[in-house]
Design a binder for this molecule. Structure first.
Ligand code: SF4
Length: 220
C-alpha cells in the first residue's frame, strides 16, 4: 500500500490495498506538471553557458523531466532569462513571454537578469527582468553554477506543488492579459504611459508658445 493510501482516512477495501493510491486532484495535477516543465531554448549572455552545461550529461537536467528545451515559446512552460538584459532585447523577451501558454513561469538566472548585475545602471541595460515580466524564482550568482540552477528548478517545483487548481490564474473566468510590449526608442517606453507622454508634450508645447510670445511682444 502506498504512503498516500495508508495516511488517508478514506477506507480502502482489503482486496484493493497495494493496488490503489488515494490522493488529491491538486497533488496529482501538480505532480504531472512539476516533472515535465519544458524550458524555452534561449539565452542572452554568459549565464546561458551554465544553463547549457546543466542540460549536458554531467548535471543532467533530464532527472527533473526538464530536458526538453523547446525552440518555440508556444511549447514552453518556463522562460529562463539567462544573461544580461539589454534594452534592445526587452521587447523581444516580453513578446516571447506573451506567446507562452499558461501555466507559465519565469526564472531570473544570475545577477544580470535579477537586478542588472555588473552592468546595473548602464545606459543599455535594464535593472532586472522583473520590471517587465513576473519572475517566479531568482537564482543568484555571476554566473550561477549548474548546481545553483538546479536548485532554482527544485524551488520552482516546490512552488508548483503549492498551487491549487481552484485558485491558479489560468483557470480564471477571464483570459490572462498580455503584457504591452515596450517600445524601444532613445529609451524604453511602456505603451501604457503614452497618454502621460502626450499630455507632457502638449504642456511643453504650450509653455514654449508662451515663452515665444513673451520674447516677441510686438507680434501679440
Ligand atoms: S550575471 Fe555574470 S555571468 Fe551572468 S550574464 Fe551577467 S555578467 Fe554574465
Amino acid at each position: 500500500m502506498t504512503e498516500a493510501a495508508s495516511n488517508s482516512e478514506l477506507p480502502v477495501p482489503d482486496e484493493l490495498r497495494g493496488q490503489v493510491a488515494i490522493t488529491s486532484l491538486d497533488k496529482i495535477y501538480n505532480w504531472g506538471r512539476r516533472n515535465s516543465v519544458w524550458p524555452m531554448m534561449f539565452g542572452l549572455a554568459c549565464c546561458a553557458i551554465e544553463m547549457i552545461c546543466t542540460a549536458a550529461s554531467r548535471y543532467d537536467i533530464a532527472r527533473f523531466g526538464m530536458e526538453l528545451l523547446r525552440p518555440s515559446p508556444r511549447q514552453s512552460d518556463l522562460m529562463i532569462v539567462s544573461g544580461t538584459v539589454t534594452k534592445k532585447m526587452v521587447p523581444q523577451i516580453v513578446r516571447l513571454y506573451n506567446q507562452m501558454p499558461e501555466p507559465k513561469y519565469v526564472m531570473a538566472m544570475g545577477a544580470c537578469a535579477s537586478g542588472g548585475g555588473p552592468f546595473k545602471e548602464g545606459y543599455n541595460v535594464v535593472s532586472g527582468i522583473d520590471r517587465f515580466v513576473p519572475v517566479d524564482v531568482y537564482v543568484p550568482g555571476c554566473p550561477p553554477t549548474p548546481q545553483a540552477l538546479l536548485h532554482g528548478l527544485i524551488r520552482l517545483q516546490e512552488k508548483i506543488d503549492g498551487q491549487s487548481i481552484q485558485s491558479v490564474r489560468w483557470y480564471d473566468d477571464k483570459p490572462s492579459e498580455a503584457i504591452p510590449v515596450p517600445i524601444l526608442g532613445p529609451d524604453l517606453v511602456d505603451p501604457r504611459d503614452s497618454r502621460l507622454f502626450a499630455k507632457g508634450s502638449q504642456s511643453a508645447a504650450v509653455s514654449q508658445d508662451t515663452v515665444a510670445a513673451a520674447a516677441s511682444p510686438s507680434r501679440a
